[in-house]
Design a protein around this ligand. Structure first.
Ligand code: PLP
Length: 453
């Protein structure tokens, strides 16, 4: 029998969980260009102070303001479902539960932070937001949030996704945002890249540089980031907090928790409330999944690096492939990022998470099986989590163990069908970063300070 647990609107969590209160090892501070820790005031041209306060807060539970809850209630709590047909097709001794974040208006988890970010900017008196987007999920989420709070919105979209996904751009236009391909000729950062390579496919790092550059030039404008930073991870914990309540209703506790990782926000959302249990001695395997083409967590060193290509952001302590690295043009545009959230990097170092990487074609194979059994078509990013679920299910069979797996179904793929088309036509290959490309990307890190491990 299909199992689906729906909570009512009153059961939306009223607090975000801030894992900074419970880290076994505190985060190293972000550094300015001179190598000294940056102060909140130094971030003020980029973010409003109410968001900067959240970024550095170590308060464990942070109340979610009522106007944010009112909007989240349009689609939250999101359903938790059991994938019984997929389980049957895998024929492994596992129960598979997934948190369906594809039900949001933009089609993914991204509005969970877009709404709070637009709200905090609005009450701070900001009129315009700039941002980057990879797959287009984040850009459309912020476009929607800005429409709801009457803010202007400008989105720099990674060129390869801009070309592959014209309908994402139209979604943003419907919500009133301007979306342009990055690298663009409109910023210094974009022009420099285009001079070196007029056909550059772009990357999240480049798009972030363009959006930050524009934001700091105007007093009425701030920048909004869809992942990586502490406050973004925290806004997403609403996913895992709801999931915990839903699993409790079923009398279940997961043996394994899985999420795909670009900058890390959807993974943090499902996983951090379970990391809290793990810190307090509970046994649970927590797996962040990434592409082999962009293996930040599995092959990138832990280093101080910039969050963007041009080096406009502070230096962040994180696993990184180097801020100048342009990831291979795989279809999961939202996972093409050179770095990963400092909070996730820290938890990896403290051995609370066990990252794994997957080939693009294995991810599409898993996604096709999902679509043909469960019906819903996952985003290419989400397919990395599904590939990890398949790997864990097979492992359970080999070990002869029964397991309960929980993962975040971070978004639907209805705007990403070009990737499926290429897969079905046999046009996709298993791209993997070579050792030479890896060391070339890491060259730009030479000379930066080493964060404490
Ligand atoms: C559907 C979906 N899942 C996951 C991601 C990865 O981003 P993050 O690691 O911030 O969750 C993206 C990014 O665009 C996405 O669109």
């Amino acid at each position: 029998m299909s199992e689906k647990i729906e909570l009512n609107a009153r059961q939306i969590p009223k607090y975000w969980y801030n894992i900074q209160a419970d880290l076994p090892t505190p985060l190293a501070p972000p550094l300015g260009p001179d190598g000294t820790p940056i102060t909140p005031e130094m971030l003020a041209p980029v973010f409003p102070m109410n968001i900067i306060e959240q970024e550095v807060s170590t308060q464990r539970w942070i109340p979610i303001p009522e106007p944010i809850l009112d909007i989240l209630a349009k689609w939250r709590p999101s359903p938790l479902k059991r994938a019984t047909s997929f389980e049957k097709a895998l024929d492994c001794p596992v129960k598979i539960y997934y948190k369906d974040e594809g039900v949001s208006p933009a089609g993914s988890h991204k509005p969970n932070t877009a709404i709070p970010q637009a709200y905090y900017n609005k009450i701070f008196g900001i009129k315009r937001l700039t941002t980057e987007t990879g797959a287009g999920q984040w850009g459309s989420s912020l476009a929607m949030a800005c429409a709801m709070f009457d803010l202007e919105c400008k989105v720099y979209m990674v060129r390869i996704s801009f070309d592959q996904k014209p309908f994402r751009k139209l979604m943003m236009a419907v919500w009133g945002a301007e979306c342009i391909a990055s690298p663009s000729p409109f910023t210094q950062a974009g022009r420099e890249i285009l001079e070196q390579d007029p056909n550059c496919p772009g990357s999240l790092g480049i798009a972030i540089s363009e959006a930050v550059e524009e934001a700091v030039q105007r007093e009425d404008t701030r920048y909004s980031l869809g992942s990586v930073l502490n406050h973004v991870m925290m806004h997403q914990t609403i996913i895992g907090l709801e999931a915990k309540t839903q699993m409790e209703v079923l009398g279940e506790y997961p043996d394994v928790v899985i999420g795909c990782v670009g900058g890390g926000s959807n993974f943090a959302g499902i996983a951090f409330p379970y990391v809290l249990d793990q810190i307090h001695g509970k046994k649970v395997d927590i797996i962040p999944a990434e592409p082999r083409a962009c293996p930040t967590m599995t092959r990138g060193p832990f280093a101080y690096d910039y969050g963007d290509t041009a080096g406009l952001t502070p230096l962040l302590p994180m696993h990184s492939l180097g801020h100048r690295f342009v990831p291979l043009p795989i279809h999961a545009g939202g996972l093409r990022y050179h770095g990963v959230a400092p909070l996730i990097s820290r938890l990896i170092l403290d051995q609370l998470l066990t990252p794994q990487s997957f080939y693009q074609t294995d991810c599409y194979r898993a996604a096709m099986l999902w679509a043909r059994t469960e019906g819903f078509i996952p985003a290419p990013e989400t397919s990395h989590a599904i590939a990890a679920v398949v790997a864990e299910a097979r492992k359970a069979k080999e070990e002869g163990k029964e397991k309960t797996i929980l993962f975040s179904w971070s978004g639907h793929g209805l705007m990403d069908l070009a990737g499926y088309d290429n897969f079905m036509q046999g046009k996709l290959s298993d791209v993997e970063l070579s050792d030479e490309e890896l060391s070339l990307g890491l060259k730009c890190l030479e000379g930066y300070p080493n964060p404490p491990r």
